[in-house]
Design a protein around this ligand. Structure first.
Ligand SMILES: [Fe+2]
Length: 283
């Protein structure tokens, strides 16, 4: 499963992944012994008061299509809701072995995810990263994305393309690869709890990569989600130093980088896991 497909699975279609520890990051709620009608009624009551349901309803009203960038007031609304959310709002426990692990378990680092809700207008997912795992450098064409680190620490590096400059120096790109100049907008370590970050189609660090320092969980809201048929397929990049060092008459070494398109890296293969936290009810 590649990164762009993570929002293409509906909640009921999620299959179990092979990340044994990750499967247990979300505590299963009690459901046995109740009739279906009663259980559904309880789920609706529980959902109506949950943070994830509040987030869902806000996203549903804001990302109502066609794909547009939310207004500043709408961005503030979602950001405020997500800022208030914690790992407990999606039943993530920092006490389980996955979040206490110091090193990767069972070999190679890896990333897994669960989809809480997905439609053609928006998606709500959580990504789980083992220590040292990487979500490789990728873009979000035409998308607005809210990200909140719920648990752990990670390094974030993000860029925005610089389209107004026409530069011909530096080594030519590998044959058949597009290369564009980009400005480094984020290069920082985050530790939960921290504020929500927001990226937009042209600003805020639309092309980003995450590297886990400790085991992490990241809540992601994408509006709209990836859709190859609607021109929003994912593209992966590698960043190459911009050695000219001069943009607009000012030395910019370290701030400007070439982003060259690459094939999908091995690390971009994700394992889906089941979401067992508070449900979202589409009322
Ligand atoms: Fe992303």
């Amino acid at each position: 499963m590649k990164l762009a497909d993570c929002s293409s699975l509906r909640r009921n279609q999620i299959c179990r992944g092979d990340f044994g520890d990750v499967e247990r990051v979300i505590t299963k709620r009690k459901a046995a012994g109740e009739g279906i009608c009663r259980r559904r009624a309880r789920r609706r009551v529980a959902a109506s008061s949950s943070a994830i349901q509040t987030l869902f309803l806000a996203c549903k009203s804001i990302f109502s299509g066609p794909p547009t960038v939310p207004s500043p007031a709408d961005v503030r609304m979602i950001r405020n809701i997500v800022d208030m959310m914690t790992s407990e709002d999606v039943d993530l426990s920092p006490e389980i072995p996955f979040f206490k692990a110091k090193t990767a378990v069972g070999g190679a680092p890896g990333v897994s995810y669960t989809t809480i809700y997905q439609s053609s207008n928006f998606s709500i997912c959580i990504f789980f990263l083992r220590p040292a795992a990487v979500i490789p450098l990728h873009d979000h064409p035409g998308m607005t994305v809210f990200s909140k680190l719920l648990l752990g620490s990670m390094h974030v590096r993000a860029y925005d393309f610089v389209d107004t400059l026409h530069l011909t120096s530096d080594a030519p790109p590998q044959e058949g690869r597009r290369r564009r100049l980009a400005k480094l907008t984020v290069d920082t370590e985050l530790t939960a709890p921290c504020a929500t970050s927001v990226l937009f189609p042209e600003t805020g660090g639309n092309i980003h990569t995450f590297t886990a320092i400790t085991p992490c969980a990241v809540l992601d809201i994408m509006g709209p989600p990836y859709s190859a048929q609607d021109g929003r397929d994912i593209t992966y990049y590698k960043d190459l130093p911009f050695s000219d060092g001069e943009v607009g008459g000012e030395r910019k070494e370290g701030k400007y980088w070439w982003l060259e398109e690459t094939d999908m890296p091995e690390e971009a293969v994700l394992a889906p896991v089941t979401y067992l936290g508070p449900p979202v009810v589409d009322v």
